[in-house]
Ligand binder design. Structure first.
Ligand SMILES: Cc1ncc(COP(=O)(O)O)c(C=O)c1O
Ligand SMILES: N[C@@H](CCOP(=O)(O)O)C(=O)O
Length: 430
């Protein structure tokens, strides 16, 4: 697969280079030059396959020219070897597609584990140190830490906004040690993401550390996430497939990008809803045409507390390529008060959710038309936000084993101001 840098189209790379580089010149994201196309017949065949087989076939369409069919199947199998997503009906016309049954209880496990498999495969004959510098608002960090844990020649450094992620999210990735180092930054997620991007501008640092990122900056993360949209589609009754609307809780807009890529290559999803919390840069942009990120606001859906969503340029590129009108993208932002009400409403429908998915549910419920079937994405396990969910629902939700075993472990994080030269010294081990 050939890709180019969205900010500097002269920078052209293949998939292996894009995965190893992470980010292009001038902080530009890589994007595929051509997108594969799935015919209706191919789609029919794909939908009859199991999750692993189908995912491997889809990824083959993108990167089969660089990684053999067999190798790709084995990597996909290793990456996705946990409980597959589950479709939970909520009402007659609405379901939650739960993507949080992986080792770190969030949808990020698919992309992070696939990237780890692919990167180690591509580097199997090299003996160089790689530093994976990643910013997180709560869930990417855990997925990346667990995917790369104890991997040979790989050092992982995770930056997160101090006191702005849930206690249990923090326990999930700041207690591992070994090759995983975590830094609580006195600032917002956006500041953490800026630090990561600044590191890529520093050629010396890049060379000395073998810098890469496992944020959705890295295209391998997004390719993996395309696969579960096909799974969602396969689980919907035929009569609803023509009128399927998917509501995506958005922060860095990687998940929506993956969904739009699935639609671009031929998965006939009727439309998407981009659902945000009070960090509403995209909803405002779609309303006014003005891109004006505000200071990041802390909300109860903390993993979506992002005011400069990294993937927006990729979303715009997809619309441009397909000659779709960006105004066809449904959108909305939801306050904490409404998020709490919607969590209670879901509970009254016998479903325990969490703030991120509840935002997607609210906007789906408000936008869905009579002839449509709606899915909202369940992006994290409610237990990751136990304190918030318990307070709102007056419940005591149980912790899954993967969280229970980390609750009493000591946090190993370093602390730092959002200062690039301090981070630079840390990365160089000064
Ligand atoms: C639980 C949860 N929901 C939604 C999102 C937003 O996803 P994205 O950054 O892909 O837009 C995140 C962060 O990635 C998350 O952790
Ligand atoms: N919400 C994310 C933010 C980082 O997003 P990414 O998809 O670019 O890794 C998180 O949970 O960390």
């Amino acid at each position: 697969m050939k890709l180019y840098n969205l900010k500097d189209p002269n920078e052209k790379v293949n998939f292996s280079q894009a995965v190893k580089l992470g980010l292009g010149h001038n902080q530009g994201l890589f994007f595929p030059k051509n997108l594969p196309k799935i015919t209706p017949n191919m789609l029919k065949e794909l939908l009859e396959m199991n999750f692993i087989e189908r995912s491997s076939k889809i990824l083959e369409l993108f990167i089969g020219d660089e990684i053999s069919k067999n190798d790709l199947f084995n990597k996909v199998k290793a990456a996705f070897s946990f409980y597959k997503p589950i479709m939970k009906p909520i009402t007659k016309k609405i379901s939650c597609f739960e993507l949080f049954h992986g080792p770190t209880l969030a949808f990020k496990d698919f992309g992070a584990r696939f990237m780890a498999q692919i990167l180690s495969f591509l580097n199997q004959h090299e003996n160089k140190l790689i530093t994976i510098l990643t910013a997180t608002s709560g869930d990417t960090g855990a997925a990346v830490a667990h995917a790369f844990y104890k991997m040979k020649n790989v050092k992982v450094i995770i930056l997160y906004p101090k006191n702005k992620i849930s206690k249990l999210q923090e326990k999930m990735f700041c207690t591992l040690g070994h090759n995983i180092k975590t830094i609580a930054i006195e600032g917002s997620f956006d500041e953490c993401q800026t630090l990561v991007k600044m590191a890529f501008d520093d050629q010396n640092l890049k060379i000395h550390t073998g810098l890469n990122s496992a944020n959705s900056i890295n295209i391998s993360r997004l390719l993996a996430q395309i696969c579960y949209y096909f799974e969602a589609f396969s689980l919907i009754e035929n009569k609803y497939q023509k009128n399927l609307i998917i509501s995506v809780p958005c922060g860095n807009f990687g998940n929506l990008t993956a969904g739009l890529l699935a639609k671009s290559i031929g998965l006939p999803i009727k439309s998407f809803i981009a659902a945000t919390n009070a960090n509403d840069t995209v909803p405002n942009f779609l309303k006014t045409g003005v891109w004006k990120p505000k200071k990041t606001i802390s909300t109860i859906s903390n993993a979506m507390d992002i005011s400069q969503p990294n993937n927006w340029l990729r979303v715009e590129e997809i619309f441009k390529r397909n000659n779709w009108n960006i105004q066809q993208l449904n959108y909305g932002s939801v306050t904490d008060i409404i998020t709490k009400q919607s969590l209670k409403e879901l509970f009254s429908l016998n479903y325990i959710s969490e703030p991120h998915a509840s935002i997607a549910y609210t906007l789906l419920k408000n936008n869905i038309k009579n002839n449509e079937y709606g899915i909202f994405l369940g992006t994290a396990h409610p237990a990751k936000f136990k304190q918030t969910v318990d307070d709102i629902l007056q419940q005591d939700i149980p912790l899954p084993t993967s969280l229970k075993k980390r609750v009493h472990l000591k946090l190993l994080s370093y602390h730092m101001k959002p200062n690039f030269s301090k981070l630079r010294s840390f990365l160089l081990g000064d």
